[in-house]
Write a protein that binds this ligand. Structure first.
Ligand code: KG4
Ligand code: ZN
Length: 334
């Protein structure tokens, strides 16, 4: 059988990315152009700015990806692209580039869900074992997803307000740290022995849902009260207190779901799974539970196209195809 080579494109938020994946598991080339430096000025992602960057970058990134792989378009099997969720203007740049490339080179087009991509980043590390539980934690999502087989996604819990990454970014802003705040809080949290005691949002006893807006408000109120008293906050203790609360809730609910659904593997995915505190906590919990736990290397946790290519490979094998009428779907359901 011939090897399968998928060119994948991802532009759903503020990274312009392309990759080539062989047989769903091997990265041949993987290029990510981040807009973090220019978005930092605005303290977050400005959709219009993101779209303009994607337009400037996309052709260069696709060419670089092919060059690094030393491949010609005629050697590819298919083109995959993120269909949603994401910023509509940003998604459309990648989708139109993918459509043009597929049309010009007579290749099939595969639409991929961004979150499915984050989950399949793990297929680049180890084979997926079902039933599988995925904790998806990113700037836009916090979800517990049960997978009984390839391509089947059952959302058993999700955030009722802010996503975990969003809470990290907002708390970082309170602490005067640059966007994206997650890595900064993670680093600071490890510099404190004891954190400020912030609440944990467990919600109803059996719920796998999450809520982070109360925690975010608790941090804001804490700072406000300290300011009013003329006292300085210790950013390290605030970061540790905040991170301890997020990590404890995420770990506890993931562990409870893994037990209830008797899964064979637990994986973490999305930008926040790059968090050292969370990785360590999940690793320890599942080692004790004797359940296999996988988390991708840091650069495959945040947005990239390799993960889109990995998901697309399974979709291609299952016969999923897009066409030139494909559109960006900003609120696409998993
Ligand atoms: O998956 P991602 O790259 O983009 C979305 O699809 O949203 O996730 C970005 C989010 C940001 O909120 C960022 O602050 C967070 O991931 N993040 C982290 C860490 N690295 C990135 N959060 C906590 N700890 C980290 N080390
Ligand atoms: Zn993402």
């Amino acid at each position: 059988m011939n090897d399968q080579y998928i060119l994948a494109i991802e532009t759903s938020c503020d990274e312009t990315a392309a990759a080539i994946i062989r047989n769903g598991t091997e990265i041949v080339s993987n290029v990510v152009a981040s807009q973090i430096e220019s978005q930092k000025r605005f303290g977050g992602v400005v959709p219009e700015v993101a779209s303009r960057h994607h337009v400037e970058q996309i052709t260069i990134i696709i060419e670089e990806t092919l060059e690094k792989a030393e491949m010609k378009p005629s050697e590819l099997t298919a083109v995959a692209v993120t269909e949603g969720p994401g910023l509509v203007g940003a998604l459309l740049i990648g989708i139109n580039a993918a459509k043009a490339f597929a049309f010009a080179h007579s290749l099939p087009l595969i639409p991929v869900h961004h979150i499915a991509g984050h989950i399949y980043a793990n297929a680049l590390v180890a084979p997926m074992q079902f039933p599988l539980l995925a904790l998806v934690v990113s700037g836009g999502h916090t979800e517990l997803v049960l997978m009984r087989e390839h391509g089947s996604f059952e959302v058993i819990g999700e955030t009722r307000d802010d996503a975990a990454g969003e809470a990290y970014d907002k708390v970082a802003r309170v602490l005067n740290m640059p966007y994206p705040g997650g890595p900064h809080i993670d680093r600071l949290a490890h510099e404190a022995q004891v954190g400020v005691d912030f609440p944990r949002a467990w919600l109803e006893e059996n719920s796998y849902d999450f809520s982070f807006s109360g925690l975010k408000s608790a941090v804001i109120n804490y700072k406000h009260n300290m300011d009013q008293r003329g006292e300085e906050i210790d950013p390290k203790k605030v970061a540790k207190g905040f991170q301890d609360s997020v990590v404890e809730v995420l770990t506890t609910k993931t562990l409870r779901a893994a037990r209830e659904f008797q899964v064979n593997q637990v994986i973490a995915a999305g930008g926040v799974s790059a968090n050292k505190g969370l990785r360590t906590s999940l690793e320890q919990a599942f080692e004790k539970e004797c359940i296999s736990f996988t988390v991708p290397p840091l650069k495959l946790c945040t947005d990239n196209a390799a993960m889109i290519g990995a998901a697309a490979s399974y979709m291609y094998n299952a016969g999923v195809r897009g066409d030139l009428a494909m559109n960006g779907i900003p609120g696409k359901e998993l």
